[in-house]
Design a binder for this molecule. Structure first.
Ligand code: LLP
Length: 881
């Protein structure tokens, strides 16, 4: 696309840049795209490229990733006079970025830091956390990131003009808008604004740097444009000044044919029409905020979605030119957390105004309806719970009112699975085979929009991912790269995996010959690599803020691995008498204080046995103290608390929060203290484990802060056990857990804790997952319908994670490691269930009977969870030195 092109066949003629001025290019950078010095290096390069193209770049930036949340929390904390730690974190984060950029933080940000302190102290004094104040505080995130960015660009020899976005954009409060909406989710029009264009053209410098997300209200106040508002800012500015294009730079390279986290064979969509992009973004994709599309659509401004860490990828271009006439499905989207409400009544038949009456009830309760289907006697509507912030009480109230109209039921959680594309109606007949995937699902609602851009099914939430995967396989698997479909996520990111974990630098590549030799006639076989196990243990022992690491035996109870970890000085976390017995069988001299017993809903006798052994015992419920106080008289115990928010790679492994069975809830602490006193026990440790497979470095810090707060009520507490859960990247594109950040965060928490309190971790996965691979032999190949199946001798009895959690394990053909992948296949096992599939749509070279396939990151919860289902014995194991 040439710089001067402003094609707008479907839109109004936009404002043009003042005559003689170069055309504008608006470049928006989200939070993850401004968070590091490397990000700003790329931004500098992009700005120079735009200048070389003869464009005038307008940089619109978000707050550094995570800072908007911090600022939001800060005000809430300030009202309770707990704002100091938050203030420190925000300052430290910006100081660290400034240091990385070689910018003097005090010179650039002192004013913003001071404002932030003043406002937080003010809120603490007055208790005011009004939406107006919130807007002012949150705006500081964007103001600070852009000031740092501008200072860096200047230091690099550019001439940035830093402009306050509150002077550029004036937001209108819609008539009757609530106070919150007026300050925190205001809207700007996208009318052409020649004065703004003239101002930006004349700004002194070669690149304008301004903020996303914030605007003025025309009376000198700050307002916010709502979450995702930076995308909107960029689009609105582009629309108002008639930019040649609007570029959204983010952490994924465009819109995809399906969520790549669901299916790595998801394809980049190279070009889309505005209405298609709007449809995709409103029906689940989170790459782009839907509200940024109408402003650019109105003026026919091309919108480019691109990835800052891979700027060479073209990404997605949304423009009027992409409105081709060919009917085809372009994407499959899944939106979860949807609730259906159905009303059955004979009254609908021939009665005027029934629907209006029903809809009015939802309207009165502030609930917006997404999909509707009606028949003579039934109306079913869907409510998007994320949008509607449904709580049970609100829903009950709605259902009660609706009962006056007929028989009412709610169904949920459900998910909306949509096929998005142009004129889908005309190709329904060729979708036949694809729709077979729906045969076994209970479809609650089908809807086809009159604009003919989507075809939607509502199914139970648990079936949605599988349905989307199957539909994607049937509709996209055989489509070649063309004007619409680009490469897959897998192809773009396969080479990008983190170091020893998987991918090109995985340990097993260098040990291929050993592995093939080991496999000979012995598959299925789990193989573990001693150097990788040792390196993982060293990683964790190197955490300076952590006093003790207990290996969670449940992840893998292989005796050689336990011996290795014992030798490396790790303790053991056990959840059953069997695990406790195993470690003492192997290490009879083991100090019982190196063993944790952390059972859940275990019988009395198990606690009694563990106490008799002298290991640390963790109570997970009040029941043991209530029912068996005599057991704990004079004893030291740990108590597991529920920190309120679970995390993890799948809902089955999120182990905190209101609906999890684990831990004592914070509101039960008073009762806990009474019971402990009555039993005459001492609580020497507090424990929390939020879940498993977590890649967010802040998780353990949050847990430590939570436990540290609770510990104030327990004078005897000496240890805080932060659980396990440290994740490892499994899928292409995932990044490693930043252990240095985990450590730095925990060091900060330690400073606030009383002297002498130890921090413990009890990880399983991190220590063993990447060190283990599972070797399988190809048994049979089969083509059926449109799918090629590669059968192997590993079934779900050997590795249940894909069937149980939809887990992704890398699969390569070890025999043909040097051959290029040429086929997309489903890798399946011999067990009599369709869920016995190890990988869907995997790219492999043509496989033959007898080839050895390697299944990666199989060291954790692989052999440990295997069974004899179908009377197929669990796989053998081997530790390579
Ligand atoms: N501590 C407690 C109290 C736990 O419940 C768990 C794991 C751990 C520590 C160790 O978590 P890790 O560091 O391994 O994430 N089978 C699932 C994982 C289940 C985890 C159960 N609890 C999977 O294959 O992903």
């Amino acid at each position: 696309m040439s710089a001067a092109s402003t094609a707008h066949p479907s839109g109004e003629r936009p404002a043009a840049p003042p005559s003689g001025s170069p055309p504008f290019a608006v470049l928006k950078f989200g939070g993850t795209s401004v968070q590091s010095p490397e990000c700003w290096q790329t931004i500098e390069r992009l700005v120079r490229e735009r200048l070389a193209e003869g464009l005038r770049p307008i940089v619109v930036a978000s707050a550094v990733a995570g800072i908007s949340n911090e600022l939001e929390a800060l005000l809430a904390a300030a009202v309770e006079e707990r704002h100091e730690p938050g203030l420190r974190r925000i300052e430290e984060r910006h100081r660290a970025l400034a240091a990385g950029l070689g910018v003097d933080a005090d010179a650039v940000l002192a004013g913003d830091f001071a404002t932030l302190r003043r406002v937080a102290s003010g809120a603490a004094l007055t208790g005011d956390s009004s939406p107006a104040l919130q807007a002012r505080v949150m705006a500081l995130g964007e103001l600070m990131s852009t000031r740092l960015g501008a200072a860096w660009l200047r230091a690099r020899g550019l001439r940035p003009a830093w402009v306050d976005a509150r002077e550029l954009l004036v937001a209108e409060a819609p008539a009757g808008a609530s106070e919150r909406k007026r300050w925190l989710a205001a809207a700007c029009d996208s009318d052409p604004d020649p004065a703004l264009a003239a101002r930006l053209a004349a700004a002194d410098g070669d690149v304008v740097v301004t903020q996303g997300f914030i605007a003025g209200d025309g009376r000198g106040h700050t307002v916010l444009l709502g979450r995702g508002g930076s995308d909107t800012s960029a689009a609105v500015i582009a629309a108002k000044i008639g930019a040649a294009r609007c570029e959204i730079w983010t952490d994924v390279p465009g819109l995809y044919s399906v969520d790549p986290r669901l299916l790595p064979t998801a394809r980049i969509l190279k070009r889309l029409a505005y209405d298609e992009a709007l449809e995709i973004t409103t029906s689940g994709a989170k790459v782009l905020h839907p509200s940024c599309i109408p402003p650019v659509a109105r003026h026919g401004i091309p919108l480019h979605v691109r990835c800052l860490s891979r700027p060479e990828i073209e990404g997605t271009v949304v423009s009027a030119e992409a409105a081709d006439a060919v009917a085809q499905v372009k994407a499959i989207s899944v939106k979860k957390g949807v609730l259906l409400v159905t009303i059955d009544t004979p009254r609908m038949w021939q009665e005027a105004g029934f629907l209006a009456e029903a809809f009015a009830v939802f309207g009165r309760h502030g609930l917006s309806i997404d999909l509707v289907s009606t028949s003579q006697t039934n109306v079913t509507v869907s409510l998007d719970s994320a949008m509607n912030v449904l709580d049970t009480a609100a829903l009950d109230a709605v259902l009660r009112e609706l009962r006056r109209l007929g028989r009412v039921a709610s169904i949920g959680p459900t998910a909306v699975v949509s096929l998005v594309g142009r004129e889908i109606r005309s190709i329904l007949h060729i979708l036949g085979p694809a729709l077979e995937a729906l045969e076994d699902e209970r479809i609650h609602l089908v809807s086809q929009a009159a604009n003919d851009l989507n075809f939607t099914f509502v199914v139970d939430e648990e079936h949605a991912d599988r349905l989307a995967r199957t539909l994607h396989g049937q509709l996209f698997q055989h489509r070649k790269e063309d004007a619409l479909l680009g490469p897959s996520w897998h192809e773009l990111f396969e080479g990008q995996r983190a170091d020893h974990v998987a991918g090109p630098k995985a340990w097993w590549r260098a040990r291929r010959e050993d592995l093939l030799a080991a496999a000979g006639g012995r598959t299925p076989l789990y193989v573990y690599d001693r150097p990788t196990l040792t390196a993982a243990a060293e990683d964790l022992r190197g955490l300076t803020a952590v006093d003790r690491v207990f290996y969670a035996v449940k992840a893998n109870f292989n005796r050689d691995i336990l011996r290795l970890f014992h030798g490396l000085g790790l303790g053991f976390e056990c959840v059953s008498p069997g695990e406790v017995a195993l470690v003492f069988d192997l290490f009879p001299e083991l100090d019982p204080q190196r063993v944790l017993f952390t059972p859940n809903f275990a019988p009395r006798a198990e606690y009694a046995a563990a106490l008799a052994r002298g290991v640390h015992v963790t109570l997970d419920n009040l029941h043991p103290l209530e029912a068996w106080p005599d057991l704990f008289r004079g004893r030291d115990v740990l108590v597991r608390l529920d920190p309120g928010k679970g995390r993890g790679h799948h809902k089955h492994v999120k182990t905190a929060g209101a609906v999890s069975k684990f831990g004592v809830a914070p509101e039960q602490l008073d009762r806990l203290l009474e019971l402990v006193a009555a039993a005459g026990a001492r609580v020497v440790g507090l424990h929390a484990h939020t879940g498993s497979g977590i890649l967010t470095p802040g998780n353990w810090e949050e847990t430590a802060r939570f436990l540290g707060g609770a510990a104030e009520r327990f004078p005897d507490v000496r240890f805080l056990d932060l659980g396990g859960g440290l994740g490892i990247p499994e899928k292409p594109g995932q990044t490693r857990l930043d252990l240095a950040a985990v450590d730095a965060n925990l060091r900060r928490v330690r400073q606030a804790l009383p002297e002498g309190i130890e921090l413990w971790l009890e990880p399983g996965r991190y220590l063993v997952a990447t060190a283990g691979v599972l070797l399988a032999s190809v048994t049979q190949i089969k083509d059926k319908s449109t799918v090629r199946y590669v059968g192997v001798d590993v079934g779900m009895n050997t590795l249940i994670r894909p069937a149980l959690y939809g887990a992704y394990h890398e699969i390569v053909n070890l025999t043909r490691l040097d051959e290029r992948p040429t086929e997309e296949v489903n890798v399946v096992g011999p067990i009599c269930e369709s869920g016995d599939t190890l990988g869907y749509e995997r790219r492999l070279p043509a496989c033959r009977e007898g080839d050895v396939l390697l299944i990666g990151t199989a060291g954790a919860y692989g052999r440990a969870m295997s069974s004899e289902y179908n009377l197929r014995p669990p796989a053998a194991e081997l530790l390579l030195d």
